[in-house]
Design a binder for this molecule. Structure first.
Ligand code: AR6
Length: 172
């Protein structure tokens, strides 16, 4: 199992499963969600409308439209409310569910954005170790996941993830 930490636009990745940082309505929005729906085209939203929303900490799957992926897994991260409202568990659950869903579909690779650390305000220094450790654990418990790629939009965000990876003994 390989873990990659890269800087870039997640919509430009070629991967089995592209993970979206969605909201509970699955109705699109700004940030990475807006970028995925823009680049993927309207078929993804048409499928999202049929899913009936998604609970925080969970994820649901659609096809990937025009993206270079087989599926988009729409994960709903927690809004940061100070950290004592279950945010760490809910964030971990997003990464776990995304890996489980991908594995269940027979996929082997996932690309993640930094869920909840944009509009939802989760401090990235706290989110990065959860994203990396939970993803790694879920992949190790999976039957066939061989690659997790964390795609960070900015150089400072990349540095935070690289630092967290080093602390966790993950070599990029
Ligand atoms: N590729 C990779 N990362 C990106 C991209 C991109 N194209 N665009 C933004 N990011 P956010 P959240 C980074 O706000 O905090 C939406 O409206 C961004 O810099 O996209 O989970 C949804 O509909 C940040 O580091 O997601 C929800 O309502 C990270 O992606 C809400 O935002 C996540 O930022 C979800 O908020």
């Amino acid at each position: 199992m390989r873990i990659e930490i890269v800087q870039g636009d997640i919509t430009e990745q070629t991967i089995d499963v592209m993970v979206n940082a969605a909201n509970g309505m699955l109705m699109g929005g700004g940030g990475v969600d807006g970028a995925i729906h823009r680049a993927g085209g309207p078929s993804i939203m048409a499928e999202c409308r049929e899913l009936g929303g998604c609970a925080t900490g969970d994820a649901k799957v659609t096809t990937a439209g025009l993206l270079s992926a087989r599926h988009v897994v729409h994960a709903v991260g927690p809004v940061w409310r100070g950290g004592a409202r279950g945010e760490p568990e809910l964030l971990a659950s997003c990464y776990r569910r995304a890996v489980e869903i991908a594995d269940g579909l027979g996929c082997t690779s996932l690309a993640f954005p930094s869920i909840s650390t944009g509009i939802y305000g989760y401090p990235i220094e706290l989110a990065a170790p959860i994203a990396l450790a939970t993803g790694r654990e879920a992949a190790e418990n999976s039957s066939g996941i061989t690659l997790l790629r964390y795609v960070l939009f900015s150089a400072p965000d990349l540095a935070v993830y690289a630092d967290a990876a080093e602390r966790l003994g993950i070599s990029g």
